[in-house]
Design a protein around this ligand. Structure first.
Ligand code: SF4
Length: 158
């Protein structure tokens, strides 16, 4: 059989096989396939609106103003919450960390976040970041609390 003819025949066979497999098997595709592949890594899909909001999430200039007055919440968290600047600059930057970041955000109310937005010199949208982190964390299992005791941390109050 001439090589060119053989190549065309093989391509045609695989095309037919692929079309039939797609028609008659229940393999996931699109967002469902994405979720099946990446949810376990903590990487849920991002909507267009969320993607467009992301540049605003990276406006922090590390001035530290949003951490003023946070010592009580930091202490009460037993180390799980280390201040807002850390959450803005680190915890919310990598989606696989969002379950831990969502737990950290749980120590700060939206009311406090709104107050912090008023004092942030670059208008970082704390509530928007917290919402995004919580939404993505809940899509892959929810906020991750620390275990009741972590040897490297002081004992936590309730
Ligand atoms: S106040 Fe704004 S710019 Fe300053 S550290 Fe906090 S988030 Fe960053």
């Amino acid at each position: 059989m001439p090589p060119r003819f053989k190549a065309i025949l093989l391509l045609a066979l695989y095309l037919v096989k692929t079309v039939f497999r797609r028609l008659f098997t229940s393999r996931k595709s699109g967002i469902a396939a994405f979720r099946a592949n990446y949810d376990a890594d903590g990487l849920p899909p991002v909507s267009l609106a969320e993607r467009e909001a992301m540049p605003d999430f990276s406006r922090c200039i590390a001035c530290g103003l949003c951490d003023r007055g946070e010592s009580g919440r930091i202490a009460a968290s037993g180390g799980a919450y280390r201040g807002l600047m850390t959450l803005v600059l680190a915890g919310s930057r990598s989606m696989p960390d969002y379950r831990a970041a969502a737990y950290s955000f749980s120590f700060v109310t939206d009311e406090v976040l709104a107050q912090k937005e008023q004092i942030c010199p670059t208008q970082v949208p704390f509530r928007g970041i917290a919402r995004f982190v919580r939404d993505k964390a809940s899509a892959v299992g929810g906020a991750l609390p620390l275990p009741p005791r972590v040897d490297s941390l002081p004992p936590r109050s309730a």
